[in-house]
Design a protein around this ligand. Sequence first.
Ligand code: KIV
Ligand code: NA
Length: 267
Amino acid sequence: PMKRLTIPAIRAAKGKTPLVMLTAYTVRMAQLMDAQCDMLLVGDSLGQVIYGLPSTVPVTLDMMAAHGSAVVRGSYHSLVVIDLPFGSYEASPQQAFESAAMLLKATGAAAVKLEGGTAMAETVAFLSQRGIPVMGHVGLTPQAVNQLGGYGARGRSAAEAEKIVADAVAVAEAGAFAVVIEGVVEPIAVEITRRIACPTIGIGASAACDGQVLVAEDMLGLFERTPRFVKTFDDMAGHIAKAVTTYADEVRTRTFPGPAQLYAPKD
Ligand code: KIV
Ligand code: NA
């Protein structure tokens, strides 16, 4: 079997090969995406996408552990990164270490992701120096929705742009192996990608980033709402609706099950 990509391999991709990342929450989706991806993200976006929650705020460590285990079991090539959910890491570096260690032990994933910039730099350093690779996440940070007031693009003012660049630099210098840049005006992503030594992974950011990530259900046309930065590469919702309509018709007309699906008695 293929060897999983390593943290050094991901770091070494900067300036060379664009990194391909998608979210995965379940074993079958992980199996289907693994070979084409460099990294799979067990994102706390599973709160909305899988559980119908209003935001990522209610997502728990146990939810992340359950889905993370499934994704690790469904993949053998991609490096698996798991989100630290809201409330599991912000209080202290010690709290973050305990939560992250629990997730890596329970799932077999290689790294965690956490949201925040300068305020989280000490925590990023604490984990990185103790064997836990950390992916940063700056710009639009959905766990801060109650603070931000929504999911609009960040960095439209010069002051906010400067703050986001400083956030990315802080987590990179603290030892993050990569940094997600989400929902920012494009020049910010270009500037961060130029300034920091580790790869930047864009989502609603810039094609100049060192890699891209999308929520798989968004890019497959499977989720109900898609922000501007999502390109839908297929219409999976349409495929499912069509298959279910055909099934319902065949049940109601008694054409399913047909001869091919039936067991004949032994003679
Ligand atoms: O939870 C998630 O899916 C994410 C990505 C969108 C970066 O954090
Ligand atoms: Na997330």
